[in-house]
Design a protein around this ligand. Structure first.
Ligand code: G3H
Ligand code: ZN
Length: 279
């Protein structure tokens, strides 16, 4: 069932668990996430990044996710991830997306507020919840010296002035593959959570150790974003299949191996997030 993420994440906040938000980049990943969440009886968020929008189009991504959502009873949200500007945000909700992230974290504070608020105004008028980002979650490696951590007082003002429904926080995670073990600032996360009573979002969750993820959930993280590990799972599944069946040329056969590999990974993440059997 296709829903907005508002219901999904507010319930997670109230009952202290988190929901996986999985970036789906092709049909096989959509099928894998849908089957994993359905078998685990877990709500789920399927996300599409602007790079995937360039690859397959908003309409195609939405059609796949909507079709998958309608096949199952669990709540499924269709979410624009890291929306870069006002136009893509509006195009996404017009295409049918049920949740929007606008990422103004590269901008200075006031410009981030003004971009985020402009998206919130138009999305809320259409009952679509919005995620903003304050501080900056780094790309790739995550050198702790370069992290622009979220300031708790600025976060309070940011939420108040923009009206965002969910906030992505920078507490030491990074996108991509970590070099070493990420060092998360739990004390900072706890201070943000004490001041802001909305679901908080962790970006760059691929590669964060399970115990660290669980601790962050206990400190207010309600949405866990995964992209890199799904790509790895998909590609590894296919590579293994082709190594075992070198003469295979049917994409449905090796595609199924990719689906199974992503599905196993997503199920393991649902177990860590505490959202299994919620629905
Ligand atoms: O917005 C997407 C995520 O933050 C994914 O990060 O690729 O490190 O899992 P990741
Ligand atoms: Zn992210």
């Amino acid at each position: 069932m296709l829903v907005t993420s508002k219901e999904i994440l507010n319930d997670a906040l109230k009952n202290k668990y988190a929901v996986g938000a999985f970036n789906v980049e092709n049909l096989e990943m959509v099928i894998a996430v849908m089957e994993a969440a359905d078998e685990k009886k877990s709500p789920v968020i399927m996300q599409v990044s602007p790079k995937t929008v360039k690859y397959s189009g908003l309409d195609f991504s939405y059609a796949c996710i909507k079709t998958a959502a309608e096949r199952v009873k669990i709540p499924v949200a269709c979410y624009l991830d890291h929306g870069t500007d006002f136009n893509i945000a509006v195009q996404a909700f017009r295409a049918g997306f049920t949740s929007i992230m606008i990422d103004g974290s590269k901008l200075d504070y006031e410009k981030n507020i003004s971009l985020t608020k402009s998206v919130v105004d138009v999305c809320h008028a259409n009952n679509i919840p919005v995620e903003g980002e304050l501080g900056k979650v780094l790309g790739k490696i995550g050198d702790p010296d370069e992290i622009n951590y979220t300031d708790p007082d600025e976060a309070v003002e940011f939420v108040k002035r923009t009206g965002v429904d969910f906030l992505a926080v920078s507490i030491g995670t990074a996108h991509g593959i970590y070099k070493g073990v990420p060092k998360l600032n739990y004390e900072l996360l706890s201070r943000i959570h004490e001041k802001i009573n909305i679901p908080l979002v962790m970006h760059g969750t691929s590669g964060v150790p399970d115990e660290a993820v669980k601790k962050c959930i206990s400190l207010g993280i309600c949405k866990l974003n995964y992209a890199t590990d799904l790509r790895i799972a998909f590609t590894d599944g296919i590579k293994k299949h082709l190594a075992e069946h070198p003469r295979e040329y049917d994409p449905k056969k090796y595609g199924q191996a990719g689906i199974q590999s992503v599905k196993d990974y997503v199920k393991s993440r649902i177990d860590i997030s505490g959202s299994a059997n919620i629905f």
